[in-house]
Design a protein around this ligand. Structure first.
Ligand SMILES: Cc1ncc(COP(=O)(O)O)c(C=O)c1O
Length: 404
């Protein structure tokens, strides 16, 4: 089918929650193709998902082979891939356990439920620790944050436009200005159970929290007996030059949500929960039919193995510096268009002086796919496997577009 036919069918039968203009039919490495045969450099990366690029042989092999063995059996039965994947995540994040979901929003839902169960005074396994005081359920999150589109994660999300039209919003959430420790302290009350942050806000415009804020937050959570959760759905799995972005700050956190790049495009989400909180959920506390299926878990384990084998976390840091240097040169050349370059590793934002919409269009017409965020920011979320040649190609496309 050609793009026009796909669009016609889509407009007729698909609920219009998105407004795409390009259809994609094939991908290889860092490139994708539309039905008309046009090739694009994919710096949208499926919105921070396609970290191994498209068609990575190890991932294709693992998914094909597992599909032939067993796709799904449910969590009523063990499958070897789920604990092996959990073990690999624990290797990166420290002593704890994982629960598997199918998306980032569901991973965050699990953290929200964990905070509530713990805050309700749940005794924790052998450690016998409780929240100290029952009746805690409130979660403090940040303005401009994004945590998902379910009712709970929408309530945690600090963006009015996401919540508009969906009243009544579930209670138990408070948003404070990002990077403002005093605001977190002021918002903390005797019902507060946890603080949820993205150490680098993605949908909020690629903004990193300061060292003082994250470290101060850890200290405040310790002193006030609050759980500290990191939403690493977008800034996790090596993209920023560490496995998860909170690791840039030298702090420990109590729970982490992962999704997006975890399955390299195969849907899977996860929460890692630090000990002793990993035993707050018991049999029957939380569940999902599909989470951590043999196919999803094997795909994700393969992604983590490839990331380790190909040293992609270091590569993300190195290529991030390379791209940022090139982008800063562009900023110097086009100061009237580019206001600021920011981000970490291969999670980069270009803030423009003008709205991003026409630029997204111009750049995709020139063969470069990017992700818009907010009204003025172009986001670069390329596969972690990009080479200098591909980075140069992207910079050259932008150079020509901005210069035209
Ligand atoms: C930081 C963050 N958290 C959660 C989500 C929600 O993930 P999903 O779309 O898989 O539900 C996103 C999606 O963009 C995200 O960027």
């Amino acid at each position: 089918m050609k793009t026009a036919e796909i669009k016609q069918l889509y407009d007729q039968y698909v609920v219009p929650t998105y407004a795409p203009s390009i259809a994609l039919v094939r991908g290889e490495g860092c490139h994708v193709w539309d039905p008309e045969g046009n090739r694009y450099l994919d710096f949208a990366g499926g919105i921070a998902v396609s970290s191994l690029g498209h068609g990575h042989p190890a991932l294709v092999r693992a998914i094909s082979e597992q599909a032939g063995h067993l796709i799904h059996a449910s969590n009523l039965f063990f499958n070897e891939w789920q604990p092996r994947l959990a073990q690999a995540i624990v290797r990166h994040l420290g002593p704890g356990k994982c629960f598997f979901s199918n998306s980032g929003a569901e991973a965050n839902e699990a953290l929200i439920k964990l905070a509530r169960k713990w805050g309700a005074g749940q005794t924790i396994g052998k450690a016998g620790q409780t929240a100290g005081k029952a009746g805690r359920y409130e979660i403090i999150s940040m303005q401009n944050s994004f945590h998902g589109r379910t009712l709970g994660t929408m309530a945690a999300t600090g963006q009015e436009k996401i919540r508009k039209g969906f009243d009544p919003i579930p209670e138990g959430f408070k948003q404070v200005p990002y990077d403002d420790l005093e605001a977190v302290k002021r918002a903390t009350g005797d019902k507060t159970a946890a603080v949820l942050i993205e150490c680098i806000q993605g949908e909020g415009g690629v903004r990193a929290a300061s060292m003082e804020f994250v470290r101060g937050l850890r200290d405040w959570c310790d002193r006030s007996r609050l759980l500290l959760f990191c939403d690493s759905v977008q800034c996790g799995i090596g993209r920023t030059g560490k496995f998860c972005s909170f690791q840039h700050y030298g702090v420990e956190v109590d729970g982490v949500s992962l999704a997006k790049a975890l399955g390299g495009g195969f849907p899977i989400g996860a929460v890692w929960i630090r000990q002793p909180y990993a035993d707050v959920f018991e049999v029957g506390s939380h569940a999902t039919t599909f989470g951590g299926s043999p196919l999803a878990a094997r795909a994700a384990l393969t992604v983590l193995e490839v990331i380790e084998r190909e040293n992609l976390i270091d590569q993300a840091a190195r290529m991030g510096d390379y791209l940022a240097a090139g982008l800063n040169r562009l900023k110097g050349a086009f100061p009237k268009i580019i206001k600021e370059i920011r981000g970490k590793g291969l999670m980069i934002g270009i803030e423009l002086h003008e709205e991003h919409k026409p630029w997204i269009k111009k750049l995709s017409a020139a063969g470069l796919l990017l992700v818009p965020t907010g009204t003025h920011v172009l986001r670069l979320l390329p596969p972690l496997i990009i080479t200098e040649k591909e980075a140069d190609e992207a910079l050259e496309i932008m150079n020509r577009a901005f210069g035209a």
